[in-house]
Design a protein around this ligand. Structure first.
Ligand code: FES
Length: 162
């Protein structure tokens, strides 16, 4: 084969139309694959979201002496729940203040030693067990939130992993 029969473009000449079309199709194909891949990634993460795990946390509430017997101290935890920490002679218990009947906020009435729900006059004893009203009829109780009392240091923590 002689050199004169080859159809090479001279150096410095613009690319041929076939080469330009090929490069344009290649760029379009790569863009299409990338955009569909991105869309597929979002679709998979939407359909199968990664499991959200709450790490166990302890919130410092104070010293044990900050909770004298007979007191009920309100607080809001890191989830936005309103809690009541009720102290007995030897006990310290935290309750979520949402009434299990329809979700109204219960209040602690020290004279009666009862939680009272103003919506339908539900009542709960010191342990959070319903004793009157619709929650008692449904055998419901207030939700307890675990506390850690470190007797060595005399500090009280709220566990928010539960
Ligand atoms: S919401 Fe509390 S008794 Fe009905």
């Amino acid at each position: 084969m002689s050199r004169a029969n080859r159809t090479e473009a001279p150096r410095g000449a613009p690319p041929s139309a076939d080469r330009r079309r090929f490069l344009a199709a290649l760029a379009a194909g790569v863009g299409l694959v990338l955009s569909y891949g991105l869309f597929a990634g979002y679709a998979v993460s939407f359909l199968f979201p990664p499991a959200v795990r709450r790490r166990p946390r302890r919130l410092f509430l104070g010293r044990r002496t900050d909770f004298p017997a007979g007191s009920a101290r309100p607080l809001v935890d890191d989830r936005g729940r309103t809690l009541l920490v009720v102290a007995g002679e030897d006990t310290l218990t935290a309750f979520d203040t949402r009434c299990p009947h329809l979700g109204c906020q219960v209040r602690w009435v020290p004279k009666a030693a009862r939680f009272v729900c103003p919506c339908h006059l539900g009542m709960f004893d010191r342990e959070g067990v319903a004793v009157a009203g619709p929650p008692a009829a449904a055998h419901q109780a207030l939700t307890r939130v675990p506390l850690d009392v470190d007797t060595a240091s005399g500090t009280v923590f709220l566990r928010t992993d539960a």
